[in-house]
Each structure stands twice: as structure tokens, then as C-alpha cells.
Design a protein around this ligand. Sequence first.
Ligand code: ADP
Ligand code: MG
Length: 378
Amino acid sequence: MAAILPGATIGVLGSGQLGRMFAIAARRLGYRVHTFSPDQDSPTGQVADHEVTAPYDDLEAVAAFARGVSAVTFEFENVPSTTVAALGGAVVVRPSGQVLHVTQHRVREKQFLSGAGLPVARFAVVTDAASLAEGLATVGVPAILKTATFGYDGKGQVRIDRPGHAGAAWATIGQQPAVLEKVVDFACEVSVVGARSVDGDVQHYGVIENTHRRHILDVSVSPARVSAATTEQAVEIARAACTALDVVGVLCVEMFVTHDGAVIVNELAPRPHNSGHLTIDAHVTSQFEQQLRAVCGLPLGSTAARGPAAMANLLGDEWADGEPDWAAALAVPSVSLHLYGKSTPRAGRKMGHLTATAPTADEAERLVRAARAALHPR
Ligand code: ADP
Ligand code: MG
């Protein structure tokens, strides 16, 4: 199929910050962007050419949306499979419905990963109280019970420290199909953002180091401060996952690094990832432009880093004492500010992020943390 060239219109399902940064990248290259979601005046809608507001299960609205664009991609992977089907056969859909089918369901995702020979934590499939008890016997404690669908930022997860707590955990997640996995005693968490083109070319941004707070990504640092052997393993895993999944688009692989430097896959995201936001300021081609290139059937861009970088998320909590002091953060050298246009700063809600670049990863992390601290003058 011929490439979809600048001037064409790209449709995005979902309308959050990932779609917003995608739209900004796409418009810079001369594309038009339409977005579809149940929301109005959304982060993506504010910068798109056209915002459609309808539920994902309004299949007529979905079909009409598809007729108005040359290709459809996703910033929200949890759309129902009927929605993907309603896009119809006439429009390019990347990544494919099959990739979403696997990655939007933790059981299918774990089975895909282990089937592809990639390392995952010990796990069991849970469908009822009995399989949870059985699973706990084989997986052992401590373990984490995660709902199969609709989990993000630690939602739909509960830790089980003792077999006796299984019943309460099962109730907490609403007795839904789930995965039970062993808690990994990790030294650190990392991710690799990969992209795969229509031709099967895979590019990546190296290994990014991630720290979470309250199960939400807090700070990312690139390159990760891990050994060369760990870096090589993590990159190989991401490359293998992109190819085995036959993804066309961006795929982020979240991983744990154990104390002996081994790498275990946590989960996949078939789209740009929060840990890859620093690629906007620190790499030749951002993860969002890379998504665009892949979706349009164009050659992938250079992923070369301009230098080390760090990113700090800005959650709604930053607004607890009123509007943050933006000028103070922007006074920190090499810091850039990204805000997503969300009007209500709820606790735990991702409102924006800061990125800093520096000659070393340590220095980039120091700068970005200093900039975030400067938002709250004493
Ligand atoms: P989400 O979809 O919410 O990102 P994750 O499965 O990535 O769900 O879990 C969120 C965070 O919880 C992880 O980044 C990690 O810090 C912690 N976590 C999840 N699973 C495990 C595990 N098996 N062992 C240790 N920590 C875990
Ligand atoms: Mg995660």
C-alpha cells in the first residue's frame, strides 16, 4: 500500500495527552488530525482540526469518523473490538485490531509474552475464587492480583501478602477475570519504547529508567543507569516483542530489572508511553512523530539522542495550593514545560510534565526535580 503523505488526515481514537502530543507532531509535518472520544474540549481536541464527541460504542459515529480520514491510530487502547470492526475495511488501522486484542487483556498479553519466549514473572490465570486459591499455591506470596482489563496507573490491582487475604482481594477487584503474579523484588524499573514500520524495521530509544509513586510514573531518566548487559537484554526483548506481535506503530515494553541484572517484562503498551515523553525534547525523532511515520507507512526517523534527559510528571496534586509557579520552573536551565490543557487538576491526574536535558543522566534528573520543586516556592 502506498504511503499516506502530508496533507492527509489521520484519525486518533482517544483524546488525552498522548493524542495531543501526536496531533502536535502530525500537524508539524503538515497532516490534519481528527480525534474521536466521549469527551469535549479534550487535550487532543484542543489541538486537532476536528473533535468528534461520541461514545466508543456508537458504531455509526465510528464508521462516519473512519470515512473522513486516511488512517486511524489509537492513543487509548481499551476501545471495544466492535469499535475497531466498525472502522471498516476501507481505512488503514495501525496498530491492528489483533495487537489491541492482545495488549488490552492482561491474560492474553502474559500468554503472548511467555509464548514468545520472553521472561515474565510467575503468574496464574484467575477466573474465580478457586482458581485464585490454586494460583496462590503455585505463584506464592507476596503476589499482585490485577484485573485482566481496564487497568492503568495501578488501578484494578491489589497486593496479597498472605494466602488468607485472597478472599478480600478477590472482592476488592470486583470478582473479575484477573492475572495473579508474583511480586518481583526489583532493583529498578525500565522501559524500552520501540517502533516498527510497515516494512518490519524496528527502531528504539534505548533503555529508560522509571520510578513510580503511588503506582503512577513519577520520574523517567534516559539513558537508564543499568549495566551494558542489562541494556542489551532489555533492547533485545523490546525488539522481539515488536516483531512477534507484528505491530505497526509504537510499542512500549515495561520491565523490571532484578538485583542480579536480569530483565523481566511487566506489561506492554501499543502506543507512545509516558516514559517516552522525554523523546520530544531529547531525541531527533520523538515517539509521537515515530508513531505518525509508522502509521503512514513512511520510513522511521532517527532515534538518536541529543543527550541525556529526564522527565518529571506533573499530577493534579501539584495544584493543591493553587496555580504552580511556572516562571520559577522555567528559570531552570534546559527545562521545558508541557501542559495538556486539562482544566480540572484532580489528585493523581496527569496534567503535564517537565523535561530537562544535561550532559549526564544524573544531572538531568537533578535539574528536572529542581524545576518541579520550584513550582512551590516556600
Ligand atoms: P499499570 O497498567 O497500572 O501501569 P502495571 O502492571 O504496570 O499496571 O503496575 C503498575 C506498577 O505497579 C508497576 O510499574 C510496578 O511499580 C508495580 N508492579 C506491578 N506488578 C508488579 C510485580 N509483579 N512486582 C512488583 N511490582 C509490580
Ligand atoms: Mg504499567
